[in-house]
Design a protein around this ligand. Structure first.
Ligand code: OOG
Ligand code: MG
Length: 258
């Protein structure tokens, strides 16, 4: 029989990794039988602690909703994590590299809600009606695990590598085209290194929102007006270091990260 892990203790190690800016070994190396539920329990303990420290929830993120991302980290199942207000990076703001371990950025579609979403049997049109805006976004990832390597329960415990996010300003619905087909071009230091389209995310990013709401429902939670949902990386993520510039070009605006 495997030994049960202590979620509070495991969260402590993740927190130390952030504070010391030093990655730690994967939890599942010490607990080979670690389950997905244990991963979510560690994530839950972490969120609870953050609340006690005064952090404010700004929304949620879905991860590994595209094939490109699943291949990127060799984990093949969608996962979810939480977003805090303090994670938001302003447009034009420099990344705080001195606090990061091995950051990566990825292009995403963010959905901002104007009304709540809940329930086990949400339909596509329910999401459509609840949306306030659909914005191009960048997620900043920074795994707390060595070599950015992990298994499914590890990355869930680590709040799905969440670290920051940046929102664009132009609602993608202003482009009179099918959202699924809008292109995003990712350049690093002037060189195109990734290209993609929102269709990469479960066929349409709204399916990611539906999956999230269904998972939250099982925990008695819902999405509230004003919340941000990051629907998942469209392409593989791009490592970024001090001195690099990453540009994500969408039809109406380019998001620049440095
Ligand atoms: C895991 C988080 C995945 C996404 O958008 O797919 C994620 C990782 O890649 O470190 O945020
Ligand atoms: Mg992401």
């Amino acid at each position: 029989m495997s030994v049960a892990l202590n979620a509070t203790e495991e969260y402590r190690l993740l927190k130390d990794a952030i504070r010391n800016r030093k990655a730690i070994p994967q939890i599942s190396l010490r607990y080979p039988g670690m389950t997905l539920e244990e991963g979510y329990e560690i994530q839950r303990v972490g969120l609870e602690e953050r609340f006690q420290e005064g952090a404010v929830l700004s929304g949620y993120k879905m991860g590994l909703t595209s094939l490109a991302k699943q291949r990127d980290v060799n984990v093949h199942e969608p996962i979810r994590g939480y977003l805090l207000k303090e994670m938001e990076v302003g447009l034009g703001e420099q990344l705080a590299f001195e606090k990061l371990i091995h950051p990566r950025v990825e292009p995403e579609v963010a959905v901002i809600l104007q009304s709540e979403l809940k329930g086990p049997s949400l339909q596509f049109r329910d999401v459509e009606k609840a949306v306030e805006s659909i914005l191009p976004a960048v997620e900043l990832l920074d795994s707390r695990f060595e070599a950015f390597q992990f298994r499914l329960p590890d990355v869930v415990a680590d709040n799905t590598s969440a670290c920051g996010y940046l929102l664009g300003t132009k609602d993608l619905r202003q482009v009179k085209e099918d959202l699924r087909l809008l292109g995003v071009v990712v350049k690093k230091n002037g060189v195109v290194i990734e290209t993609g389209a929102p269709a990469a995310v479960l066929g349409h990013p709204f399916h990611s929102v539906i999956g999230l709401v269904q998972a939250l429902y099982k925990e008695g939670k819902r999405l509230l007006p004003g919340m941000v949902v990051l629907t998942g990386g469209i392409t593989a993520s791009v490592p970024i270091e001090k001195g690099d510039t990453v540009e994500m070009m969408w039809p109406m605006e380019t998001l620049r990260i440095r």
